[in-house]
Structures are given as structure tokens and as C-alpha cells.
Design a protein around this ligand. Structure first.
Ligand code: 8YV
Length: 333
């Protein structure tokens, strides 16, 4: 029997990363499909010392109690709402996420999705593919401008700031944001960002982009009453998490043209998508790919691997996982 610690890679993973991990761990890899079913996850995690995950599956107290050998849960996602960190900490389980390496790529995508939404790129492509383009019209898929329009950002962490920088420096957009905490003035100035109340954000934004982490306090941060406060010409882009938006209310608002359009990369209950969103034309839908450039996905996997090795005392970061969320669990009592 191998004396290497057992690692469950619960998500599809780069072959090169699996090969590198196999030097230090006895690896059980999910293969083509993430292991999402809790019973299956608990079964496969039996006897494992570590789990490599992403924005899924759900890691909660019940799973940890069923798998008491697990010492580390390393995720290749920045968002960790799928992991009950306090439950992990209480059981001495180290949790790491994968911030920073995806910031610029995710901001690129958020900006692209916002632009595609404002300029109706998906809708007009469907029209062209369907053979419906037969003549010029002055208002053929006329959308709204991005340059010079007011960019609103809900949540102003690393990705929010990277989007603000694009809007301010590249597109001359006034930037307003709402966040629990204000950025210091020296961080606001270079990205032209101004803190406003949530009400003012909803009222003033021409293009509202959501980049707030998901938690009980951001659940349905955008619902029917918030949508009603937005400009009828405004767009809404969600690259945060499904659940930040009430998808049923959004579908209704899009159908009623209470806002002009939406761009959504994340959905409540994904990969299922609310059926009403599939039938409204003024929405651009993408399958949670904001961080999905190949180099960035590889960097996220590499960072998760660094954390894993560090927890088990291997390599340059031995004992100091670089992006631990609860490093206190490694401190000697
Ligand atoms: C990931 C994300 O694609 O990092 C996050 O929080 O939402 C995405 O970058 C997803 O969670 C799987 O890693």
C-alpha cells in the first residue's frame, strides 16, 4: 500500500496537474464529470486526506463529519460560497481558494459580456444565422453606448476594481460603485470610482455589473424592487454568482422591458437555467466561463496545487499555503 496521502480530485482536471499531484498523493480523479452528489462525494472521499474542488461541490459539516480523515479542502475558484469555512475551521480542516490569478481574465469577460449586452451582439447574431437579415434599417439592433455611459459596480473587490479600470481608462465611463466598505481615496482615484448608496447605484447606472461574493446578505440583492429602480435603458451583467439575482424576477423585468437587457454568466441552480430566461430575447447567456481562458484556468489549478502541497509540508511554501482562508488551523495550539 502507498504511504502517500490520498487526494480526491472531485472535478475534471488538467492531465499535467494530475500527473504532478500523483508524485505526492495517491490520486483518485473524478475524470470527465465533477462529483456533485453528496452521497457519492462522501463515498469517494472516505480515507482521503485532501479534496481538490472548485466552485462546486458543496463541502459542509455533514460531509466533513462523514470523512474525518480530510485535512484540507483546496479550491480552484475565488468564490467559496460552496464551502462551509467555519465548519472546516472547527474541525481543523484547512481551506484555500484561488484569488488574484483570475482577476484580469474575469474582468475582461465581465466587460465583454456588458458590451455584448449593450450592443445586442448575441441577439443580432441569432437573427443573422436564422437568415433574417434582408435589409438595412436605421434601428437594426440599435443598442446603447458603452463609452461615456455610467458604469455601476456592485461589489468592489479585486475584480470590480479591474472592471472599473477598464471602464474609466479605456471607455471614458464615470464609475460609481456600492460596497459594504469604501475603497480608500488613493484606490478610488486611479479608477475614477465614486462610492454611492445602493439606491443611487440602481438609479444612476447605465450599465450595472455585479461582482459581489454570494452570501446570505447578497442573496437576491437584485430582485423585482431593485430592477424597478433601474433606468429602463439600463443593462445588468452578472458575473458574481447565481442567487445574487432573482432570476425569475429578472426574466419578468426583461420581458416587460423594465430594463433594456441583461448578460448572465451565472445562474441560480446552475447548470440548470431558469426556463423563462431562455425565452426572452434581450439576454446574453454564457455557461459560467468568466475565468475560462486556458492560461488562467491553468494558473488557478496550479495555485490550488501549491496550496495542497504546502499543507502537506511539500515544496517552497511548505507549511504556509499561499491563499489559505483559515491559516489559523495550521498554527500549533
Ligand atoms: C470558476 C468562479 O470557474 O472562481 C470562481 O469563483 O466562479 C469561476 O472562476 C468556478 O468556480 C470553477 O472553478
Amino acid at each position: 500500500l502507498s504511504d502517500k496521502p490520498r487526494l480526491l480530485v472531485a472535478i475534471p482536471m488538467f492531465a499535467e496537474v494530475l500527473a504532478a499531484l500523483a508524485e505526492h498523493f495517491e490520486v483518485d480523479a473524478a475524470g470527465e464529470h465533477p462529483i456533485e452528489d453528496p452521497a457519492e462525494l462522501a463515498r469517494r472521499a472516505q480515507g482521503c486526506s485532501a479534496l481538490l474542488v472548485a466552485g462546486m461541490p458543496r463541502i459542509d459539516a455533514a460531509l466533513l463529519d462523514a470523512c474525518p480523515t480530510v485535512r484540507a479542502v483546496c479550491s480552484m475558484a475565488v468564490g467559496y460560497n460552496n464551502i462551509d469555512v467555519p465548519a472546516c475551521t472547527a474541525r481543523g480542516v484547512l481551506v484555500s481558494n484561488a484569488p488574484d490569478v483570475l482577476t484580469e481574465t474575469t474582468a475582461d469577460f465581465g466587460f465583454a459580456l456588458m458590451m455584448a449586452t449593450a450592443r445586442r451582439i448575441a441577439e443580432s447574431e441569432h437573427f443573422l444565422r436564422a437568415g433574417q437579415w434582408t435589409q438595412w434599417r436605421y434601428d437594426l439592433f440599435a443598442g446603447s453606448d458603452v463609452h461615456g455611459a455610467t458604469l455601476g459596480i456592485l461589489g468592489m473587490g479585486r475584480i470590480g476594481q479591474a472592471i472599473a479600470r477598464r471602464g474609466h481608462l479605456g471607455f471614458g465611463m464615470p464609475v460609481i460603485y456600492h460596497n459594504r466598505s469604501r475603497l480608500p481615496a488613493e484606490a478610488e482615484a486611479p479608477i475614477g470610482a465614486r462610492w454611492v448608496s445602493k439606491e443611487d447605484l440602481l438609479r444612476e447606472a447605465d450599465h450595472l455589473v455585479l461582482v459581489v461574493p454570494y452570501s446570505a446578505s447578497s442573496h437576491h440583492a437584485i430582485g423585482a424592487s431593485e430592477l424597478a429602480q433601474m433606468k429602463p435603458t439600463a443593462t445588468l451583467t452578472n458575473i458574481a454568482r447565481g442567487g445574487v439575482v432573482d432570476d425569475a424576477a429578472l426574466a419578468q423585468a426583461l420581458r416587460d422591458k423594465r430594463i433594456a437587457a441583461a448578460g448572465l454568466d451565472v445562474f441560480e441552480g446552475e447548470p440548470a437555467v431558469h426556463p423563462d430566461l431562455l425565452t426572452v430575447p434581450n439576454v446574453v447567456l454564457t455557461p459560467h466561463i468568466a475565468s475560462a481562458s486556458l492560461p488562467t484556468r491553468r494558473a488557478m489549478a496550479d495555485l490550488a496545487q501549491r496550496n495542497l502541497l504546502a499543507v502537506f509540508g511539500i515544496g517552497a511554501d511548505a507549511g504556509r499555503p499561499p491563499t489559505a482562508l483559515n491559516p489559523e488551523v495550521l498554527k500549533p495550539a
